[in-house]
Ligand binder design. Structure first.
Ligand code: GLN
Length: 485
C-alpha cells in the first residue's frame, strides 16, 4: 500500500477501494517493523484502529467526510493529547499524562484525522539532531549512521520512512524545517501566531510555533488550513482570516517571481556540495522565468547569538514549572522541600536542558540583563526591520536549509556551539516571526537529501507553499528512503 499524497489516499477511501481500518493496519505494521528505530515514543495501536473503524462506519452511513478524513498522522511528543502520555522526551515527565487536548489536535480530530502515536524528539525541543532525547537517538531513514535532524527528528523520520502520512512538529528556531531538510520532506513553520500554541509545551514562547511535516506542499497546506486561526485559549494567536491555501498556492507562477538570494547565506562555511545543489535548483527556476535577485542581509552572523540568548532566557522561566511537585518525576532522594526541587530537577533534566536553564538565568540576572538580554532584543528588532525591508523588493528569500548535509550520530554532541550552527539559516525567520519552510530539491554526492529554505512575509503561507511547490522535485525524481521498504 503506497500513497503519493493525501489526495490519492482520500480518493481511494471515498471510492471504497480501501478502508480506514486497512490503512491504519498498514501503518501500524510499518511502525512495528521499525520498532528499533525509536521513531515513536507512544503508539496508539487500539485507539487508532477503533477510530478507523468508526470512520469507516461514518462513511458507510453516508455522513460527510471531514477534510482530513482518514489521514494517518503522528504528533510530536510535546503536544498535549488528553489521556495520552506526554514526555517531551524527558525523564522529567515520566509517568505524566495530558489532562487536555491541544487546540491543534482538537481541530485535526474534528476533520477526521487519525492519530497513530507520539514521536521522539530532543528533550523539551532543545537540539538539532534528536540526540538529546531520554529515549535515545533516531536514525536518519536515508542512512542509519546519521541523524534525522531535530528537534522534531521522530516526526520527520516517521513521514520519510512511511510510518505516518503527515506529522506535527514544533519549531522554535528550525525544529520542523531542519529535520525536514535532512529527511527529504517538506517542513513548514507558519507565521508566529497563525496556529494556537495552546497545548504545546512551552520552550521559548515568543518563538514557538506548531509546524507541519509532509511529503508535499499540498498535504502541508491542507493540514495548516485546518489548524490555523484564532483561539481564545492563546492570546498570541492571530485573528487574521484563514485563507484557502490550496487556491492561493495555485495562483503562484514562476513568471516574474522575484527570488531574493542573500550573499551572506553562501559563505565559506557552507558545504560546497550543498551550495552546488541549491544553486543549480535556483538556476533551473531562473530558466523557467523566475528572477534571481542578489540581496545582502548584513549581520546575519548575529542571529545564532541573539537566538540563544533570547530562547534560553524564555526557557529558564518556562521550565521553572517542572519542580518535582506538579508534573511527572520526583526524586526519591529528597528529604525536604528545597532538596525536592533541586534533586528532582537535577535528576529529571538532561544536560542540554540544564545548560540552557543556566544560560537563561545568567542572561536575565541583574547586572547582565542589559548586556545580553536587552541587546539581543535590540538585535531581534533589527532583524525584523531588515527582513521587512528585504521583502519589499522580492517575493521570497531563498537559501539552503542547513549549512551541511545530515551528519553522523555522535559527530557534534561534544561541541554544543557546533551543534547550534545547524540552525544558522532557519533561526532568522523565527527571530522575525515570518513563515518559512524547507522543501526537498535534490541530493548531494553521497545521495543525502538537500533542502532549500524559503522565507515569505507575515501571513503569506499560501504564496510560500506555492513557490515551494514549483521548487520541489517531482515524485519521479525522488529517491525512496532506503528504510522505506
Ligand atoms: N535547534 C534549535 C535549538 O536547539 C531549534 C530548536 C527548535 O526549533 N525547537 O534551540
Amino acid at each position: 500500500m503506497q500513497f503519493s499524497s493525501y489526495e490519492d489516499l482520500r480518493s481511494r477511501l471515498l471510492s471504497h477501494a480501501v478502508t480506514c481500518e486497512a490503512v491504519v493496519r498498514h501503518y501500524l505494521d510499518r511502525i512495528r517493523s521499525h520498532e528499533g528505530d525509536n521513531i515513536y515514543i507512544t503508539v496508539f495501536e487500539d485507539e487508532a484502529l477503533q477510530r478507523a473503524r468508526a470512520l469507516d462506519r461514518k462513511l458507510a452511513l453516508g455522513a460527510t467526510p471531514g477534510r482530513l478524513f482518514g489521514m494517518p498522522m503522528a504528533i510530536k511528543d510535546n503536544i498535549s493529547m488528553k489521556g495520552a502520555p506526554l514526555t517531551c522526551a524527558s525523564k522529567m515527565l515520566e509517568g505524566y499524562t495530558s489532562v487536555y487536548d491541544a487546540t491543534a489536535v482538537i481541530r485535526l480530530e474534528a476533520e477526521d484525522a487519525i492519530f497513530l502515536g507520539k514521536t521522539n524528539m530532543d528533550e523539551f525541543a532543545m537540539g538539532s539532531s534528536n540526540e538529546n532525547s531520554a529515549f535515545g537517538p533516531v536514525p536518519n531513514p536515508f542512512d542509519s549512521t546519521r541523524v534525522p535532524g531535530g528537534s522534531s527528528g521522530g516526526s520527520a523520520a516517521a513521514v520519510a520512512a512511511g510510518l505516518a502520512m503527515v506529522a506535527l512538529g514544533s519549531d522554535t528556531g528550525g525544529s520542523v524545517r531542519q529535520p525536514a531538510g535532512f529527511c527529504d520532506i517538506v517542513g513548514l513553520k507558519p507565521t508566529y501566531g497563525r496556529i494556537s500554541r495552546y497545548g504545546l509545551v512551552a520552550f521559548a514562547s515568543s518563538f514557538d510555533q506548531i509546524g507541519v511535516l509532509a511529503l508535499n506542499c499540498d498535504d502541508a497546506a491542507l493540514v495548516l488550513e485546518v489548524m490555523a486561526g484564532v483561539d481564545g485559549k492563546d492570546a498570541t494567536s492571530s485573528a487574521n482570516e484563514v485563507p484557502s491555501y490550496a487556491s492561493e498556492m495555485t495562483d503562484v507562477s514562476l513568471k516574474g517571481l522575484r527570488i531574493g538570494v542573500p550573499e551572506e547565506f553562501f559563505n565559506e562555511s557552507l558545504n560546497p556540495d550543498v551550495a552546488g545543489v541549491v544553486r543549480a535548483r535556483l538556476e533551473e527556476l531562473r530558466l523557467q522565468g523566475a528572477e534571481l535577485v542578489n540581496l545582502t542581509l548584513p549581520q546575519s552572523d548575529y542571529a545564532i547569538a541573539a537566538y540563544y540568548i533570547l530562547v534560553t532566557a524564555e526557557a529558564s522561566s518556562n521550565l521553572a514549572r517542572f519542580d518535582g511537585a506538579r508534573y511527572g518525576y520526583r526524586s526519591e532522594a529528597a528529604d525536604d522541600l528545597s532538596s525536592m526541587y533541586v534533586k528532582s530537577r537535577t535528576e529529571g533534566f538532561g544536560a542540554e536542558v540544564k545548560r540552557r536553564i543556566m544560560l537563561g538565568t545568567y542572561v536575565l540576572s541583574a547586572g547582565y540583563y542589559d548586556t545580553y538580554y536587552k541587546k539581543a532584543q535590540q538585535v531581534r528588532r533589527l532583524f525584523q526591520d531588515r527582513y521587512r525591508e528585504a521583502l519589499k523588493g522580492v517575493d521570497v528569500i531563498a537559501g539552503p536549509t542547513s549549512p551541511f548535509p545530515p551528519f553522523g550520530i555522535g559527530d557534534k554532541t561534544a561541541d554544543p556551539l557546533e551543534m547550534y550552527l545547524a540552525d544558522v539559516f532557519t533561526v532568522p525567520a523565527s527571530i522575525v516571526g515570518m513563515p518559512a519552510l524547507s522543501v526537498p530539491v535534490g541530493y548531494d554526492s553521497l545521495g543525502l537529501p538537500v533542502g532549500i529554505h524559503l522565507i515569505c512575509n507575515f501571513f503569506e503561507e499560501g504564496k510560500l507553499l506555492g513557490i515551494a511547490r514549483h521548487m520541489q522535485r517531482p515524485d519521479s525524481s525522488r529517491k525512496p528512503a532506503p528504510s522505506n521498504h
